[in-house]
Design a protein around this ligand. Structure first.
Ligand code: FRU
Length: 527
């Protein structure tokens, strides 16, 4: 049996790789990008700086590109903010608003924005062979930047010291700037403090611990009140790792614990492998321990996630690079290559006595009056039983993205799955399903379209998932070349890139091996 709802047929998508250009994920117009950098909110605008090759669409000539948004969904690209030169590449880092003019780059009335970035020194530099931390500042709200003439401000004479994330720490004994960076090849996060952003003192280091089978990169550290309780604040330490993530290649892990202004101590419930999974020796034991680490995302394509600074009301919002170093330079798009994930608001919530992150995509859309809100189409109006049948969903119009929200009782069904960008006979498509036997949410892109551009691209990802009162809750954002899944209120997240065939534009929901009950199903369009 097949249930056909009144779903619109797809219009013919544009030719070439233009059809993969995301509707609501940031891409550079016609160049390469990787990590988000210097995420900062200032004067009503969100700034997204990013690792950018201004001269091509593969990694190289690393500079900070720049984009601005008012709603975190629609971005406008601006000229390169901080450019590489013959002495240095501009690697990842962060931006702070220097409200107290501690650096002297601005004034008390008009604070400067200060970028703290990694100088990856080239042969023409006296520092060649090292990576060190440098400053640049802007006194025109982030539009133009000046490198500080006394760079670098912090060196360890190390070849792999990078990715500084700076924030204002407020403690019992006053406040100061804290820098979180990495010794990438030693799997260590290093902590420094400063009063003026120019002179830095070492505080402590952390690691290796948990996932350590690759370089540690792009760390972040921030406090969050558990379930909004101001008397129960915990600190989240994000540590990106490449390779060695749970789905293979690049990925982001996190630890929950305490930070006293000098040292981070993880909660026991955050620790799966105290000396790192590589110390376990046996590959099977390491793989099992990786499953116990805390992952921001269980998919293949969410890396280098870091948070915005200076966002009002204590909101914490992160963005990741929607890619994986395993195949990043080979993605089949031109002239642009690579995009960011959606912005995700994060919270800490208590789960079985431990604090865990939950993430919700920011989908609010433009400020009122600027564009119509996303139109939601309700697919079922009353509880619907699905058994050995398919429920067809609307297809996305060219250039738009879709948000699918569902609440499903898998019941005695062996599997329930969405098939996205599928063809009529189901021989191609991306499957997102719940497997009752394993208790896992599975994202299968092995037949998603073009998977042949790199041997590591075809893959099946999965994450452990606990039903809530028997219910599977999904929020799925499907853009032109990506699927982002927020399950069980955002406690399980999976992100994968896909490159569907032009003729595979159908979406449906199917169940097999027993009946499943669909309680809620809506599809919204995002443009
Ligand atoms: C992470 C990373 C960072 C580095 C940047 C260089 O993807 O390797 O550690 O700063 O990319 O582009």
């Amino acid at each position: 049996m097949s249930t056909f709802l009144d779903a619109a047929r797809p219009e013919t998508p544009p030719a070439g790789t233009a059809r993969f250009r995301p509707a609501v994920h940031f891409t550079a117009r016609d160049t390469w990008l990787n990590d988000p950098n210097g995420l900062v909110f200032h004067d009503g605008l969100y700034h997204l700086f990013f690792q950018n090759n201004p001269y091509g669409n593969v990694w190289g000539n690393m500079s900070w590109g720049h984009a601005i948004s008012r709603d975190l969904l629609h971005w406008t690209e601006h000229p390169v903010a901080i450019a590489c030169d013959e002495t240095e590449d501009i690697f990842s880092g962060s931006v702070v608003v220097d409200h107290g003019n501690t650096s002297g780059f601005g004034t008390a009335d008009a604070p400067a924005l200060v970028a703290i970035y990694t100088s990856a020194y080239k042969a023409a530099s006296e520092h060649h062979g090292t990576q060190a931390q440098s400053l640049a500042y802007s006194t025109d709200a982030g539009m133009t930047w000046h490198k500080y003439e006394r760079n670098p401000v912090l060196t360890r004479n190390s070849a792999h010291f990078r990715d500084p994330k700076v924030f204002r720490y407020q403690g019992e004994h006053g406040s100061c700037w804290v820098m979180v960076a990495v010794e990438a090849q030693h799997q260590k996060v290093v902590f420094y403090r400063s009063d003026d952003l120019k002179t830095w003192d070492f505080l402590s280091d952390f690691g290796p611990m948990n996932a350590d089978q690759g370089e540690w990169e792009c760390p972040d550290l921030f406090p969050l009140a558990v379930d909004g309780d101001a008397d129960n604040v915990k600190w989240v330490l994000i540590v990106n790792v490449n390779p060695g993530a749970v789905a293979g290649g690049s990925g982001g892990q996190y630890f929950v614990g305490q930070f006293d202004g000098a040292r981070f101590v993880p909660d026991a419930s955050s620790v799966a492998a105290p000396a790192g999974v590589s110390a376990l020796g046996d590959p099977a034991a390491a793989a099992a321990a990786l499953q116990q680490c805390l992952w921001l995302d269980w998919g293949r394509d969410c890396y280098a996630s870091v948070s915005f600074s200076n966002v009002p009301d204590g909101r914490r919002i992160i963005i990741g690079w929607m890619n994986n170093w395993d195949y990043a330079n080979q993605l089949p798009t031109a002239p642009w290559r690579s995009s960011m994930t959606l912005a995700r608001e994060v919270h800490l919530t208590a789960a079985n006595g431990s604090a865990r992150l939950v993430q919700q995509p920011v989908l609010a859309g433009p400020p009122a009056g600027e564009a119509p809100p996303a139109a939601a189409e309700q697919i079922i109006t009353e509880t619907f039983e699905l058994q050995d049948s398919v429920l067809r969903l609307p297809v996305a119009a060219p250039g738009s993205a879709q948000v699918i929200e569902a609440e499903i009782l898998p019941g005695s069904a062996e599997h329930v799955a969405f098939h996205l960008f599928a063809n009529d006979d189901g021989s191609t498509g991306t499957a997102l399903g719940y497997n009752a036997a394993t208790g896992r949410l599975v994202l299968d892109r092995s037949r998603s379209g073009d998977t042949g551009f790199h041997e590591k691209f075809s893959s099946v990802e999965s994450a452990p998932l606990v039903l809530e009162d028997g219910v599977l809750k999904l929020q799925i954002v499907v853009d032109r070349c990506s699927v982002e899944v927020f399950a069980q209120g955002g406690s399980v997240v999976l992100t994968d890139l896909i490159f569907p065939d032009a003729e595979s534009q159908e979406n449906w929901l199917a169940a097999g091996g027993g009946p499943a009950t669909v309680q809620k199903l809506t599809v919204s369009t995002l443009t």
